[in-house]
Design a binder for this molecule. Structure first.
Ligand code: C2E
Ligand code: CA
Ligand code: CA
Ligand code: CA
Length: 280
């Protein structure tokens, strides 16, 4: 479409106009879902590769839409980010994940599981993020050291001074920080050393081709070594087959997630996994 001032829409194909209306409708539906408490969290176990024990979960948001069925986060998180709705949505996710972890702990006799929550760059860019997190920890009674915030490499790439301060404020709360989808961005190794990051999550695209494409196997191995030499934990994402698991164990990767162990599951099912101290 040409930007012909005022007539921007004139060159749109009807299908695209439909797309826009669709998006606006989705946007108002999402706003309503958030206000009405219709969003849900699913939880995917994180497994200790040495013991196969479930040590924690990643909270993943789900939107059961009244007419469209379950909507994938990849189809509505971008809308939430573009509209700023990600801020209240992200606060809800954090609160619900922490509340749930504390509730599971109360039903058992130990501390809450380690809970990982995704934080979008749009949330990260807000100066009051650490206040928001503090408030949620206080409100839910979640111990800070049970919480991990996952963010993508982009926070290591832009405006480094402000981002460093933000990361230090978060770290000061006592929680852990993970770099999500590691290996897909362009973060420099220098930043990685400078920033207070605890965990690298190796992107599924590498794990997918483990043992199939030599370069990807070498890269995964390099990331695991990098993590080790920087004193960081490594979590491999998206393990689907035993071969991948074996390769990662061989490399000394500490933790993993993936359908091979468990898909993201509703809270009641995740609670059972946690309380049974499941080996998956
Ligand atoms: P992510 O943070 O990289 O989460 C991992 C995604 O991989 C999840 O998709 C998970 O269901 C999927 N996955 C896990 N194991 C496997 C596997 O073995 N095979 C395959 N094929 N996929 C696997 P999901 O739940 O659809 O979430 C997609 C993305 O949406 C997430 O990617 C994350 O970037 C974003 N997202 C989800 N929940 C939230 C949230 O609460 N806040 C924000 N900001 N983003 C979220
Ligand atoms: Ca994640
Ligand atoms: Ca990821
Ligand atoms: Ca991803």
């Amino acid at each position: 479409a040409k930007a012909t001032g005022g007539g921007v829409f004139s060159s749109y194909h009807p299908r695209m106009r439909e797309g826009l209306a669709d998006r606006l409708e989705l946007e108002s539906d999402l706003r309503a879902a958030l206000e009405n408490g219709d969003l849900r969290l699913h939880y995917q176990p994180t497994v200790d590769l040495a013991t196969s024990q479930v040590i924690g979960f990643e909270a993943l948001v789900r939107w059961p839409h009244p007419t469209r069925g379950m909507i994938n986060p990849l189809d509505f998180i971008p809308i939430a980010e573009a509209t700023g709705m990600i801020v209240p949505l992200g606060r809800w996710v954090l609160h619900e994940a922490c509340r749930q972890a504390v509730a599971w702990a109360a039903a058992g006799d130990g501390p809450p599981p380690k809970m990982s929550v995704n934080v979008s760059v749009r949330q990260f860019d807000r100066a009051d993020l650490s206040e928001m997190v503090t408030q949620v920890l206080t409100d839910t009674g979640m111990p800070a050291d049970r919480l991990c915030l996952e963010m993508t490499e982009s926070v290591l790439m832009t405006d480094t001074e402000a981002n460093l301060e933000q990361l230090l404020r978060l770290k000061a709360l006592g929680l852990t920080l993970a770099i999500d989808d590691f290996g897909t961005g362009y973060s420099s190794l220098a930043y990685l050393r400078r920033f207070p990051v605890d965990t690298l999550k190796i992107d599924r695209s590498f794990v997918e081709r483990l043992g199939v494409i030599a370069d990807d196997t070498a890269l995964t191995d390099t990331i695991v070594r990098l993590g080790k030499s920087l004193g960081m934990a490594t979590v491999a994402e998206g393990i689907e087959e035993f071969g991948q698991l074996a390769a990662l164990r061989e490399m000394g990767c500490g933790f993993a997630q993936g359908y091979y162990f468990s898909r993201p599951v509703p809270a009641d099912e995740a609670g059972r996994l946690f309380l049974e101290g499941a080996n998956v």
